[in-house]
Design a protein around this ligand. Structure first.
Ligand code: DP6
Length: 345
């Protein structure tokens, strides 16, 4: 008999960034972070997990290519999920012993992998939930976030739709380093995101390596983690709660700039933004100046691509302006991030 489960997980883009770990094995962060989940109609990973006695070894394919499952991160997720399945089997003697079978995991991304488009976030979130569904685990998204975090830190935030916080926690075993929902997407349904793909190339310095170089060398980073982010987390939760776009936008752009300043303060310096990225920043500033109001907010992850947040009522001024430039001399390639939506199974 073959057992099977499939799920989608969406991409999330942080507006208060995760950068730096206090524990590199468990992916325990040096600061809390907060993200917006994008519509999974646009950017997402689809994963199917199956097991049967005829499967001989654990395997994982991504867009048809074999991936290494022996890595510590994937192994940590599989080990945790199997342990929870064992609990189910011990409680219910008639439950099939799926924890003893090998897993076949098949994933598809509909966007470029490792180009700073949070592919690892959607990837590990989908992997963890597909297996949790296959194993019929009674776990909540917050409980699963503890496992997905061990795959990739930002993945813990992709188990929810809408507005999601990852609280850093202070326990050594990471049991309190979890994600929770700040507000569902329906709380602020007018929120939109447009992604401007400056380059779909694989990034130079991975986030995993880059953030630990920053931790080791940047004094600015220490200030960010200790003095800047805690206040911003509170202010961002309040901005979302009040649906205050101007506050949301100011916190988002300042936090992105602070994060990239820490990258520049790293030794040797790390540059994720390029000339095209900086052109997007100026364009946002110009759109806001022309509107006489804050109507768009940009943010950049560990790559040159911009994510621009705006409200539906400003679709024309924001997305329209950027779209008018797409495919022209700027070298931008457009990708609609679409509406921010709840996670559907
Ligand atoms: C800049 O989650 O990819 O996107 O935990 O090492 O897998 P690992 O790092 P990862 O880092 C994401 C960094 C970021 C900011 C963010 O998503 O909060």
């Amino acid at each position: 008999e073959t057992y099977k489960a499939s799920t989608y997980a969406p991409v999330n883009i942080a507006v208060i960034k995760y950068w730096g770990k206090r524990d590199t094995k468990l992916n325990l962060p040096t600061n809390s972070s907060l993200s917006v989940t994008l519509s999974q109609d646009d950017l997402r990973t689809h994963t199917t997990a199956s097991c049967s006695s005829t499967v001989e070894k654990d395997s994982l394919t991504l867009n048809g290519k074999d991936q290494d499952v022996s890595g510590a991160r994937t192994q940590a997720c599989l080990r945790e999920l199997r342990r929870l399945r064992k609990d189910v089997e011990e409680k219910d003697g008639s439950a099939p012993k799926l924890s003893e079978l090998k897993l076949k995991i098949v994933s598809e991304n509909n966007f470029p992998t490792a180009a700073g488009l949070a592919s690892s976030a959607a990837g590990f979130a989908a992997l963890v939930r597909a297996i949790a569904d296959l194993y019929q685990l009674p776990a909540t998204p917050t409980e699963l976030s503890r496992i997905a975090r061990q795959g990739s830190g930002s993945a813990c935030r992709s188990l929810f739709g809408g507005y999601v916080a990852w609280q850093q926690g202070d326990k050594e075993d990471g049991s309190d380093s979890l994600a929770y929902e700040v507000a569902p997407a329906s709380h602020w349904p007018e929120m939109r995101a447009v992604i401007l793909v400056a380059s779909a190339e694989k990034k130079d310095v991975s986030s995993t390596a880059g953030m630990q170089q920053t931790v080791a060398t940047s004094a600015l980073f220490k200030h960010r983690a200790e003095n800047v982010v805690p206040g911003r987390m509170k202010a961002m939760e309040a901005a979302i709660h009040d649906r205050d776009f101007a506050a949301f936008a100011q916190l988002t752009t300042r936090d992105s700039n602070n994060f990239h300043a820490c990258c520049a303060d790293t030794d040797p310096p790390i540059f994720y933004m390029n000339d095209t990225s900086r052109a997007a920043v100026r364009m946002c500033e110009a759109i806001n100046a022309a509107a006489g109001n804050v109507v768009c907010a940009y943010t950049f992850d560990a790559g040159p691509n911009a994510v621009v947040y705006y409200l539906a009522e400003h679709e024309k001024e924001v997305a329209g302006t950027f779209k008018a430039l797409l495919g022209e001399k700027t070298g931008w390639e457009g990708k609609r991030g679409g509406a921010v939506e709840a996670v559907k199974k």
